[in-house]
Design a protein around this ligand. Structure first.
Ligand SMILES: Cc1cc2nc3c(=O)[nH]c(=O)nc-3n(C[C@H](O)[C@H](O)[C@H](O)COP(=O)(O)OP(=O)(O)OC[C@H]3O[C@@H](n4cnc5c(N)ncnc54)[C@H](O)[C@@H]3O)c2cc1C
Length: 440
């Protein structure tokens, strides 16, 4: 589609209509602009007036995937509109670990200082016996940082989300817009909203999360999500060394469960409890302390200190799902990104990082194919599906070992941890980190 010549440039704020030299044409192409002229074919060499028209992207969802993609495409010079169904920034979940591959993506989006300011400092990791409180192993994170060249950062979700929204332009996000339909067309793709309005663009990026409507459209049928067999309780508490050292990621393990704390900025621990149980067990919000005290009655004192410190009303409880990997991410001008494309269990902390990788890969695809949205989306899909599938399956495998799908494997893992010097754990984490657009 060659859009009208009256759009405003996201780079200059002024209307683009000027003679074009070959040099500027190349530079504009790199920025994701297409060259249009009313009634005649573009002839830059003749020096005729030409209107430069950025590709227009409509992004559905302002979670960490959609917001990262919005920044990435805007950085390239595309015109970006973001639509989000909620009316305010209220992420579900307390924090996430942004591993070095995710941090690299945030740095690439121009957020290096902000990310470091929000990130907790994790200097070491330890595993602790659930019942005795004895340290099974403790090791430095420095070898990992040295190997991949970037420190990972646990970050409170609301703060990460706000950072991304502010970087794009919080006031430019269209909140309270629930997409109810999406369809492709020969010149544009269009989304329809519950309030009866619609939006069209050269492309639509569905970053609409694990229950994605865009995914249903792209695949032509709904996808079954797979219950992973456990529930995750999570929240934030003040750092307390009786639970774990202030700069350590401490994980208590036993009985196919785990309880973890890791630091985020502001002298807080992000904590989570994993509890294997059937799908659909009823839970009343506000009762987390009683439920966890009962579930973890026989656990070490540090776990009880944590249960005593948590705020029941602010503790989240999430049933954990994933989806089998699929390799069709694009239908015409419509593509999926983030959890919509690769809903992942949190067992290797890579779902959000993978969404950020998608955003950077999408930017690279448009940088390399600025004049052709179809080619750009095909390049995006080709660069991402295998990598994302690998992370989904790695997480699933880790999930099964951690949560006792085959109890003898879980017991063998506990035994390994008693002899671990960090080498094997760090090798596994590095294996997750490498392979993205900035960690090839
Ligand atoms: C317990 C838990 C712990 C995790 N820990 C980590 C971790 O440590 N590290 C890590 O990297 N990842 C982690 N993850 C995964 C991470 O949270 C997700 O991968 C990430 O949030 C995906 O981002 P997203 O933007 O794709 O989707 P979401 O964050 O789900 O955002 C989707 C957005 O789209 C909006 N939306 C949905 N439908 C519509 C619609 N129809 N119209 C308009 N808007 C719509 C939603 O309101 C939402 O804002 C964890 C996940 C869980 C559950």
């Amino acid at each position: 589609m060659w859009a009208s010549t009256s759009r405003r440039s996201p780079l200059s704020g002024s209307r683009w209509s000027r003679p074009l030299s070959t040099d500027t044409a190349a530079a504009d192409r790199r920025r994701g602009c297409r060259i249009g002229i009313s009634g005649r074919s573009p002839r830059a060499d003749r020096g005729v007036p030409i209107a430069l028209v950025p590709v227009k992207a409509v992004i559905i969802g302002a979670g960490m995937g959609g917001a990262s993609a919005a920044i990435a495409l805007k950085q390239l010079g595309l015109e970006v509109e973001v639509y989000e169904q909620v009316t305010e920034n209220k992420p579900v979940g307390a924090a996430i670990s942004v591993w070095s591959n995710g941090v690299r993506c945030l740095n690439h989006l121009g957020l290096e200082e902000e990310t470091a300011a929000l990130g907790g400092i994790v200097d070491s990791m330890s595993y602790v016996d659930a019942f005795t409180g004895e340290t099974m192993c403790r090791f430095s994170m420095q070898p990992l940082i040295d190997e991949v060249g970037q420190r990972p950062y646990p970050i409170a979700r609301a703060e990460l989300q706000l950072m991304l929204m502010n970087a794009f332009g919080h006031d430019d996000i269209n909140f309270g817009k629930k997409m109810v339909a999406v369809h492709d067309g020969p010149a544009q793709a269009t989304v329809e909203f519950a309030d009866g309005t619609s939006a069209s663009g050269d492309i639509v990026i569905g970053a609409d999360g694990a229950k994605s409507l865009t995914r249903d459209y792209v695949l032509g049928s709904p996808v079954e999500r797979r219950y992973a067999g456990y529930v995750n309780f999570n929240g934030l508490v003040p750092v307390d060394e009786r639970i774990g050292p202030a700069t350590e990621w401490t994980t208590y393990v036993g009985d196919s469960r785990r309880v973890s704390v890791m630091p985020v900025a502001g002298n807080r621990f992000y904590f989570f409890f994993d509890v294997p149980m059937p799908e659909g067990v009823p839970f009343e919000r506000g009762t987390a302390r009683e439920v966890l005290a009962e579930e973890f009655a026989a656990w070490a004192p540090g776990v009880h200190t944590l249960i005593g410190a948590l705020e029941p009303g602010a503790t989240n409880r999430v049933e954990i799902y994933d989806t089998d990997p699929f390799h069709t991410w694009v239908r015409g001008r419509v593509a999926v990104l983030g959890d919509a494309a690769h809903n992942t269990t949190p067992d290797i902390g890579q779902g959000g990082c993978s969404a950020m990788e998608d955003a950077v890969a999408l930017q690279f695809a448009f940088r390399d194919n600025p004049d052709d949205p179809h080619a750009a989306l095909a390049a995006y899909e080709a660069s991402r599906t295998e990598r994302a599938a690998d992370l989904v399956l790695r997480a699933r495998k880790r999930c099964d070992v951690t949560h006792g799908k085959e109890p003898e494997k879980t017991a063998a893992w506990y035994e390994e941890l008693r002899h671990e010097d960090g080498t094997n754990v760090i090798r596994g984490i590095v294996g997750n980190i490498v392979g993205g657009p900035l960690t090839a």
